[in-house]
Design a protein around this ligand. Structure first.
Ligand code: MLT
Length: 277
């Protein structure tokens, strides 16, 4: 077994990827993919509850946290290629993927193209649609305003939309942690990722082809990818499960980890026919 809590760095195809890899090697694997512009530390409370019984991996997507940015333009396809290269390097043949928002975009594109590599999906606070013309316009405006007003202002504006109203009084530590994640993301990475979202293709039309178990979770007060977006995914994936997380906005795993983890543990145990711990 590896040392718990180590932040590991590995070079995969000339890109240094930062990740954590915890729990017993021989157990089934769950890989966590964070949202934008955050990093793997947003999954701390999920890693804690799963690592006794599963191998749990959380990595920083290219340009986020402690992973390199590289020279290429970003795209969801590039992020998926990174994920597959990373799984190969870690000798992970199959896994459950859990992605929040951008992590969900990556997970949905990955299963569309490499269905044989995934045992199940957990899609949190995400959606399957491409950016509408208005959303594309907003991406460009966001790039301009970061150039003009800086990352701190971008972080403060983003935070207003990320959390449920009650989290502003009850989840101050989490909000401070998220602010740190945002301000520590380079401008280059912010621009490249916003461009990747602008270019992103929809995945809704392929959802009916997903044949593995899927759990969809969404904060009841998610303003960015609201429950109606989760409902759409749920309707298109046969036998998928939908859980609306109370007392949470877009960052449901951080705002209500108790409920999120309850659903997560139950689902993962059911995929691998294990007793819940
Ligand atoms: C995220 O949390 O990953 C972002 O809200 C995704 C997006 O802006 O589309």
């Amino acid at each position: 077994m590896r040392n718990l809590g180590d932040d590991i760095k590995m070079t995969v195809n000339n890109l240094t990827v930062s990740y954590i890899d915890e729990g017993p090697d021989e157990e089934p694997v769950i890989i966590f993919i964070h949202g934008f512009p955050f990093n793997k530390s947003m999954w701390t409370k999920q890693v804690e509850v799963l690592k006794e019984n599963y191998r749990v991996v959380a990595y920083d997507v290219r340009g986020h946290g402690n992973s390199d940015t590289g020279n290429e333009d970003f795209s969801i396809e590039l992020f998926v290629k990174d994920l597959l290269n990373f799984m190969d390097a870690l000798n992970i043949d199959r896994t459950i993927l859990c992605g929040l928002s951008m992590g969900g975009y990556i997970a949905l594109n990955a299963i569309e193209n490499y269905p044989e590599r995934f045992d199940a999906l957990i899609l949190s606070d995400t959606h399957c649609i491409a950016d509408t013309p208005e959303a594309k316009e907003k991406r460009l405006k966001t790039i301009e305003s970061i150039k003009k007003d800086g990352v701190e202002k971008f972080a403060d504006e983003s935070i207003k939309n990320l959390f449920a109203p009650e989290s502003f009084s009850k989840k101050k530590e989490e909000i401070a942690a998220v602010r740190d994640m945002i301000v520590n993301t380079t401008k280059e990475s912010l621009y490249k990722t916003l461009r990747a979202f602008y270019e992103r293709k929809e995945t809704c039309s392929k959802l009916s082809e997903i044949k593995v178990p899927v759990l969809i979770m969404v904060g009841k007060e998610d303003k960015i990818t609201p429950p109606v977006a989760a409902q759409l995914i749920h309707e298109k994936i046969k036998d998928s499960l939908l859980s609306i997380i109370e007392h949470a906005g877009h960052l449901s795993n951080m705002e209500n980890p108790r409920e999120f983890n309850k659903q997560l543990k139950k689902f993962v145990a059911s995929v691998y026919s294990k007793a819940e711990n």
